[in-house]
Design a protein around this ligand. Structure first.
Ligand code: SF4
Ligand code: SF4
Length: 341
């Protein structure tokens, strides 16, 4: 499948949050693919500022790929472009910060919490509970993910409690802070840096040899399960051994998904099957690159979810939870809750 296979049907537009809010053709997958096609024919320069800006109008929700009847691998196309195009100044700064904050465990522990301060507000950071007291070393671990740990600590606590409530997981310790799944690197054109985040994680896995690592952060879970595809061969085989041991809480919890007022995460198999954009507009670095558009998409989503009619909203993704809470007055934030609450 390649970009010439786009049939121009526009079925990617109703599900695209950036298109729905801006009505700009270039914000949709169809528009971006037209840009890519023009570039491949030599009709556009990759340094064209309009072209660069247009390609960033994307929350990486990948709803377009699900909707595309032509079966285009839109995610692969866009990620390849992010990896290979000359970065804009904003992207250069972002990549420098991401490198500092994610590729060493020390950076993850010290700098990531600072990044997330505007989302967390003055709430204190999540303190992982003391290690389990079993006489045996724990065989299962809970991985909260950086967003839960540093931006929405209440989500980390309620997800951990939910894991402990499952019959098959009683003796569950927490993965130490400093380990990162690397999804921010993948989404921001830094695939080559992945070995730096994967290596300390791999060393920890090899030392503890867990039977299961459970996370409620879908993005982290999906990334960790498939990370070997993006690693160089000397790490690929080592990671592949552990890939099936990553479990996503939503797949094993009988109470998922909540029935009403539910904001699902984009990167899962439980997306609401509706012909409309369901992304909350967070999109990781998208929120920082396009703050006004990100907020507009989020507010639109809250309206669709019935927030203004008085219902509570349960949110699956911790980044989405932090983002949506910042869109409502402080007195209303408690109504936007982790789905595990
Ligand atoms: S990934 Fe999401 S935001 Fe990006 S073009 Fe596709 S539908 Fe639109
Ligand atoms: S849904 Fe697929 S084939 Fe149709 S316009 Fe969008 S990218 Fe092209």
């Amino acid at each position: 499948m390649n970009i010439e296979d786009c049939v121009g049907c526009a079925l990617c537009q109703p599900v695209c949050p950036t298109f729905q809010e801006t009505r700009l053709e270039g914000a949709s997958a169809r528009g971006k693919i037209a840009f890519l096609a023009a570039y491949s024919r030599g009709e556009l320069s990759e340094t064209d500022p309009h072209w660069g800006e247009t390609m960033t109008l994307c929350t990486s929700c990948w709803a377009c790929e699900e909707a595309c009847p032509a079966g285009l691998s839109i995610k692969d196309l866009f990620l390849e472009w992010r990896e290979n195009h000359p970065p804009t100044q904003w992207e250069r700064h972002l990549r420098m910060l991401l490198r500092l904050a994610t590729i060493t465990p020390l950076g993850v522990r010290t700098l990531l919490p600072l990044f997330f301060l505007p989302l967390r507000g003055l709430k204190s950071r999540w303190k992982a509970p003391l290690p389990v007291t079993s006489i045996h070393p724990p065989k299962s671990f809970f991985f909260p993910g950086c967003f839960s740990r540093y931006a929405v600590p209440d989500a980390a606590t309620s997800s951990y409690k939910r894991v402990l409530s499952l019959d098959s997981f009683k003796d569950v310790a927490v993965v130490p802070s400093g380990l990162c799944c690397g999804s921010a690197l993948i989404n921001n054109g830094l695939l080559k840096e992945l070995p730096a985040t994967a290596t300390p994680f791999l060393e920890w896995l090899e030392k503890r040899n867990p039977l299961a690592v459970i996370t409620a952060d879908n993005t982290c879970g999906q990334t960790l399960r498939t990370l070997h595809h993006s690693l160089p061969s000397h790490l690929e085989k080592r990671w592949k051994r552990f890939a099936p041991r990553f479990q996503i809480l939503q797949e094993i919890d009988p109470h998922f998904p909540p029935k009403e007022g539910f904001q699902s995460a984009c990167h899962n198999e439980h997306r609401c099957d509706k012909p409309e954009a369901t992304c909350c507009g967070f999109g990781g670095s998208f929120r920082w690159q396009h703050p006004s558009l990100s907020r507009r998409i989020g507010k639109r989503r809250l309206r669709h979810l019935g927030f203004h009619e008085g219902g509570d909203i349960r949110v699956e993704g911790p980044g989405c939870l932090a983002h949506l809470r910042r869109l409502v007055p402080p007195s209303q934030r408690a109504r936007i809750r982790p789905w595990t609450d």
